[in-house]
Design a protein around this ligand. Structure first.
Ligand SMILES: Cc1ncc(C[n+]2csc(CCOP(=O)(O)OP(=O)(O)O)c2C)c(N)n1
Length: 490
C-alpha cells in the first residue's frame, strides 16, 4: 500500500513481480477528484505509473464497487500468467471516501486461491506435432523458465529430459527447478550464466522452451539459441509463444499439465545419448576448474568459497533470496539447490530488492529458514528494513558479500574510462562499511567474517538463531563472477 507520490516507489517495486510472474495486489490512495489537475501537494497521476507493471489497474471510486473490483484484481493477479494488479482508491489514509454502501459479501472465489488457478492442457494436435518434432531432433536442449517454476513443473521437465536425453538449462528465476547437480542440469542460460549452459544450448538442433519468456537475460540478447533455431515452446500465456523466435511450434497450456501429456506421448524412445554426454562433459570440465576456489582459504575469501558454504548451510527446505547484479550471477552459478524443498527467489532487476523480499518470504514461510544473499551496494538501498526485521522478529539471515563497491559495474566503468586510471572506479567504489555495526544500531545481531574458515560457523550460528542476523563477509572487489560463453559473431 502507498499513497499519492509515494505510490511511485510502490510502482517501481512491481517490476520484479511483473517479470517474475508473481501475483501481487497493489493498493494506493489519492486525493479526491476536486484536488486533481490543480497542483495539489503530493499528488501525482497514478495510472501511468502502474500501466507498465500491472496487468490490470483501475480507480475505485465507490465503496459499492470495491468487492467486485477486489475480486477481479485478485482473480487476474493469479490467473495465467500471474502478474501484479492495482486498485487506486479515492481518498488518503483513514479518509478513503465512502461513497455508498454495498451488500456484496467480501468473498474470494475458491478457484482463485491457488497459483496457477487453472491448468489448461494444450490441444492434442499441437502436442502431437511438438512431440514429433522433439523425437525427430537429435540434439534437443530444454530451457525452462519462471513460468515452469510457477507451474511447479520440475518433475515433468526432468522426466521429459530423461526420455529425450536432453540437457536442461533454466532462466535465473527457475534456478533449482531440477536438482542443479543432476547429470542433465547445465545451469542458468543467457547473460547471468557460467560458460557451459550457453555452449550447450547453442549446440542444440532444437530448443524446447518451457514457461520461458525468451527475454534478453536468458538468451544473451537473443543470441543463444540463434534466431533461426527450430523451437518448441510451451507456455500458458499465448503472448509469449513465438515472441522472439520465429521458427516456433507453439503449445498453449499449463507447463506441468501439458508436459505430463508430452511424457505419456513420448514414452521411452530409443535415443542417442551423445548430446547429453557431451553436455555433461562440458559441465564437469567447468566444475573442475572451479573446484579449487570452493575450498580456498585465500584472504579475503573468494566469493566461490562463500557460495559453497551457503550450499552446505542452506537447510533442505531453505529459501534463498538473491539480489540482482553479481549476487544473481554468484547464486545462479555457484550455489547448488536440491529441487526438493528448497526455493530460489531472485531480484528481476531492481537492485536492493532481495533484503525486503526476504522479509516478505519469511512472513509467508514462517517455519522455513530464509537466507538473503546481497552485495553491499544492494543492501544499502533498503537498510532501514533492518528496523522492520527487528521489530517484527523476522529471523532472516542476511549474507552481505561486502566488497566495498558495485562489483559488477567495475568491468563496465573501466571500459568506459579507457586509459584514464582511477576515473571509472571512483564511480563504483565506496565504503568500507562495517554492516555488523549498522545492524547493531538497529538492535540486530551482526557477525563479521574476514577469513574463509569463519564463514561456515557464522552461517551456522545465523541460521540457528531465532532472530535476524547480518553476516557481513568482507571480500575483494577485483575477482570477476563467472562470465557467460557467447557464440562467435557472424
Ligand atoms: C535500483 C537499481 N539501481 C542500480 C542498478 C544497476 N546495478 C545492477 S547491479 C549493480 C551493482 C551491484 O553491486 P552490489 O550489490 O554491491 O554487488 P556486487 O556486484 O558488488 O557483488 C548496479 C549498480 C539496478 N539494477 N537497480
Amino acid at each position: 500500500m502507498a499513497q499519492s507520490v509515494g505510490a511511485a516507489n510502490l510502482a517501481s517495486g512491481l517490476q520484479d513481480p511483473y517479470l517474475g510472474r508473481s501475483p501481487v495486489i497493489a493498493l494506493t490512495g489519492r486525493k479526491e477528484p476536486s484536488f486533481q489537475h490543480r497542483n495539489a501537494y503530493q499528488e501525482i497521476a497514478h495510472a501511468p505509473l502502474f500501466a507498465a507493471v500491472t496487468k490490470f489497474s483501475t480507480p475505485v471510486d465507490s465503496t459499492s464497487e470495491l468487492p467486485r473490483l477486489l475480486r477481479h484484481a485478485w482473480r487476474l493477479a493469479l490467473a495465467d500468467t500471474p502478474r501484479p494488479t492495482h486498485l487506486d482508491f479515492c481518498g488518503l489514509q483513514g479518509d478513503v471516501i465512502e461513497l455508498g454502501e454495498t451488500s456484496e459479501p467480501p468473498i474470494i472465489d475458491p478457484e482463485a486461491r491457488r497459483v496457477p488457478a487453472h491448468r489448461p492442457i494444450a490441444d492434442p494436435a499441437d502436442i502431437e506435432r511438438a512431440v514429433a518434432a522433439l523425437t525427430t531432433a537429435r540434439r534437443v536442449a530444454i530451457v525452462a523458465g519462471d513460468g515452469a517454476a510457477a507451474s511447479e513443473a520440475g518433475p515433468e521437465v526432468l522426466a521429459l529430459a530423461e526420455a529425450l536425453a536432453a540437457p536442461v538449462a533454466t532462466t535465473l528465476g527457475a534456478r533449482g527447478l531440477i536438482p542443479t547437480t543432476h547429470r542433465l542440469s547445465v545451469g542458468v542460460a543467457g547473460s547471468y550464466s557460467a560458460p557451459p549452459a550457453n555452449r550447450i544450448v547453442n549446440g542444440a538442433d532444437l530448443v524446447l522452451f518451457v514457461g520461458c519468456d525468451t527475454g534478453d537475460q536468458v538468451t544473451l540478447n537473443w543470441r543463444v539459441p540463434a534466431r533461426g533455431t527450430p523451437v518448441v515452446q510451451i507456455d500458458a500465456d499465448p503472448a509469449e509463444i513465438g515472441r522472439s523466435y520465429p521458427n516456433t511450434t507453439g503449445v498453449l497450456g499449463d507447463p506441468k499439465a501439458t508436459l505430463a501429456r508430452f511424457n505419456q506421448g513420448i514414452g521411452r524412445p530409443a535415443r542417442d545419448s551423445g548430446f547429453a554426454e557431451e553436455a555433461a562433459r562440458i559441465v564437469a570440465d567447468w566444475r573442475a576448474t572451479m573446484a579449487p576456489l570452493l575450498d580456498s582459504n585465500a584472504a579475503p575469501p573468494p566469493v566461490e568459497r562463500l557460495c559453497a558454504e551457503v550450499t552446505r548451510a542452506l537447510p533442505p527446505d531453505g529459501v534463498l533470496v538473491a539480489d540482482t547484479g553479481y549476487s544473481g550471477i554468484w547464486t545462479g552459478t555457484m550455489i547448488e539447490l536440491n529441487a526438493a524443498g528448497q526455493t530460489y527467489l531472485r531480484a528481476a532487476g531492481s537492485l536492493g530488492w532481495s533484503f525486503p523480499a526476504s522479509l516478505g518470504a519469511q512472513c509467508a514461510a514462517p517455519n522455513r529458514k530464509v537466507l538473503c544473499f546481497t552485495g553491499d551496494g544492494g543492501f544499502y538501498y533498503h537498510l532501514a528494513e533492518l528496523e522492520t526485521a527487528h521489530r517484527c522478529g523476522l529471523a532472516v539471515t542476511v549474507v552481505v558479500n561486502n566488497n566495498s563497491g558495485f562489483g559488477q559495474n567495475l568491468t563496465g566503468v573501466r571500459r568506459v574510462a579507457g586509459n584514464r586510471p582511477g576515473r571509472g572506479e571512483e564511480l563504483v567504489r565506496f565504503g568500507p562499511t562495517d554492516f555488523t555495526a549498522v545492524a547493531r544500531s538497529f538492535g540486530v545481531r551482526g557477525i563479521r567474517v574476514e577469513r574463509a574458515e569463519a564463514i561456515a560457523p557464522a552461517l551456522r550460528e545465523a541460521l540457528q538463531a531465532e532472530e535476524p542476523v547480518v553476516v557481513d563477509v568482507v571480500t575483494d572487489i577485483e575477482p570477476r563472477a563467472p562470465e557467460p560463453w557467447a557464440p562467435p559473431r557472424p
